[in-house]
Structure formats: C-alpha cells, structure tokens
Design a protein around this ligand. Structure first.
Ligand code: NDP
Length: 304
C-alpha cells in the first residue's frame, strides 16, 4: 500500500484550507471530505464576516469555492465519511468506503455540530429565525427582540454579543441557575438589556416564512405561553465529530480534540484544525486559519 504524505479528514473550512496549502506544497493530499461536505456553513445563508467578500457570500457557495481551489492544485477528494483511524508502521491508516489509505501525517478537520432542541418546527425556521451563532447572524437582529437558549459559557457569550445589536435579549434556561463560569454569569447579570427566564424551554417555533413567535413551557408548572420573538439563538453545546478518534487521540472532557498552539495533537504527525478542536471561536475564518497552520506544520513535520 502506498504511504502518502498527508490525509486530511473533513471537507469544510479547515479541511479545504489545509488542502489548498498542502497541495500547493506538492504534498498531493488526499481529502476524505465526508458524506456531507461543507460542514456547518452548508446550513447558513449569507456569510457577511468572511474577509474578501464585501457583499457577503452564501455559506454553500463559499464552501464550493474553497473546494474548487483545493482541486485546482491537485487535491484528491473522496466525498465520503472516514470510518476508522489507526496507527501503522511509519504513519497512520484511515478507512473509508473506497478503501484504506495510509499516510505519514494526518490533519483532523472533522468539525462539530451544534446541539439542537430536536423539536419538529426547528428545521422549518433554521436560519430564518433559529440560529446557532450570534457572531455570524446577530447582525440581522439589529434593534429586535431575541432569545438565547442555554445556561453555559456559550449562552453568556452569545447573549453579551447580541446585547450590542438587539433591543432586548432573554436568556432561557431549563434550570434555575446557570452552569457558566462566574465571571461570565456576572457579566450577563450586570447587562441591563439581558433578562432571564428560568426553568423554561421552547416547545414550538411559529411563523409563516420567518419566525414570529415561540411557545414556551414552564418546566415547574408545565404551563405553556406564546411570546412574539424575532430570533432565537441556540447555545446548548456543540458535539465534535470525533467518534473515530476516541481512545486513540487525546480528547477533552467534551470530546474536542486537544491540540497545542501549533495544532499538534498528542500523536506525532497528527494535527487538528477547525471546530473539532475549537470550542471558543468557532468561526469560518478561524477554522480556515487553523487549517493553514496545520498544513504548514505537516510540511515541517515531513521535513523532519
Ligand atoms: P455547555 O455544555 O457548557 O452548556 C450547555 C448548556 O445548554 C447547559 O446549560 C445545558 O443545560 C443546556 N442544554 C443542553 N442541552 C439542552 C437542551 N436540549 N435543551 C435546553 N438546554 C440544554 O456548552 P457551552 O457551549 O456553553 O460550553 C462548552 C465548553 O466550551 C465549556 O467548557 C465552556 O466553558 C467552553 N466555552 C468557553 C468559552 C470561553 O472561554 N470564552 C466560550 C464558550 C464556551 P443543563 O445544565 O441542564 O444540561
């Protein structure tokens, strides 16, 4: 079996960027890009904060352009899921439905997915009132009324960000206390634009094409009420796509890949990039940036 230079697992912002850099460095990368290429940007509409697109660009188009750029420099793309990862003599093996590939180095860029409430109406209003990234979509709610669901650090951060844009922000949490760090909690509690709705959850999103109202359930009294609402931001955690690496590469307590400042995992020659290792910034541009870093580190690693 051929021992390739590098296999990149994941075909979204981080993976495509790593592929562009690796291909231009003549490493002839193999990209196992996933059954659902493009990751979270395929679920967004207009991306207005990716530099170089002053009019904005649709998320799926941005992904397609990155893919074409990687292809132009000779990246070999397999649009399917990697099904296993293991160490072999001189490198690593990755299996996918097309077969087994081996390489001296690996870039893991499998991303993460936002946890959702899982209620039927959520899909209908996805990106039309229901969002998972305030930095990305908060701008559309200038002077409007929004809700943030969750009680962790993400919920606090999303609410703080939205309070700079929206007229009113309500944090809805299913408990009567938050689990966010104290400093984050103090910040939102001091913010006059942010109010709280404890022991509550959303059971239905309503509207015609765009979200117009939400049905809330008080989890203590079980009473349901309807409230008009312009936007809802889910901040109930992210699930990193790391199942095939569990027990093989170091992961943190939430399942995210642990990397150092130069994107190295605990295994020599294995690097991480994008949301699979980032639970703080989670932006297209930071994913692209870490994809570039990982590819440059692969070059250094291969040069010994
Ligand atoms: P967390 O897992 O910490 O919090 C998720 C929150 O969502 C919890 O309050 C949880 O409630 C709630 N929740 C989960 N599922 C549901 C559901 N189905 N319905 C309603 N509520 C739900 O996720 P975060 O994204 O906030 O944080 C993940 C990690 O990232 C943490 O370690 C955090 O510290 C870190 N982080 C750090 C930041 C920073 O340093 N700037 C910024 C953001 C995150 P319950 O308690 O009831 O389960």
């Amino acid at each position: 079996m051929v021992m390739e230079q590098v296999i990149i697992i994941g075909g979204a912002c981080a993976g495509w960027t790593a592929a562009i850099y690796a291909a231009r460095a003549n490493l002839k990368p193999i990209i196992i890009s996933g059954n659902e290429e493009g990751g979270q940007l395929m679920l967004t509409t207009m991306v207005e904060n990716f530099p170089g697109f002053p009019e904005g660009i649709m998320g799926p188009e941005l992904m397609e352009r990155m893919k074409q750029q990687a292809k132009r420099f000779g990246a070999r793309i397999y649009p399917e899921d990697a099904t296993s990862f293991s160490s072999v003599k001189g490198g690593y093996a990755v299996k996918s439905p097309s077969g087994t590939f081996q390489a001296k180095s690996i870039i893991i860029a499998t991303g993460a997915r936002a946890r959702t409430l899982g209620i039927p109406s959520e899909k209908k209003f996805w990106a039309k009132g229901v969002h998972t990234c305030a930095t990305c979509d908060g701008f559309f709610y200038s002077n409007k009324k929004v809700m943030v669901i969750g009680g962790g650090d993400s919920a606090c951060e999303e609410a703080s960000f939205l309070s700079n844009v929206a007229k009113q922000v309500v944090i809805v949490h299913r408990r009567d206390t938050m689990n966010a760090s104290k400093v984050m909690q103090d910040r939102v509690k001091r913010n006059k634009k942010i109010t709280f709705l404890w022991n509550s959850t959303i059971t239905e999103f309503k509207g015609k094409d765009l979200l117009h109202s939400v049905v809330l359930e008080d989890l203590v009294t079980r009473k349901k009420t309807e409230q008009s609402m312009d936007g809802v931001f889910l901040a109930i955690g992210h699930i990193p796509n790391t199942s095939i690496f569990t027990g093989k590469v170091e992961l943190n307590e939430h399942g995210f890949l642990v990397v150092d400042r130069r994107m190295h995992t605990n295994l020599p020659g294995v690097f991480g990039a994008g949301d699979v290792q980032d639970f703080i910034y989670r932006q297209a541009i930071t994913a692209a940036g870490t994809g570039c870093q990982a590819a440059l580190e692969v070059e250094r690693y291969l040069q010994g």
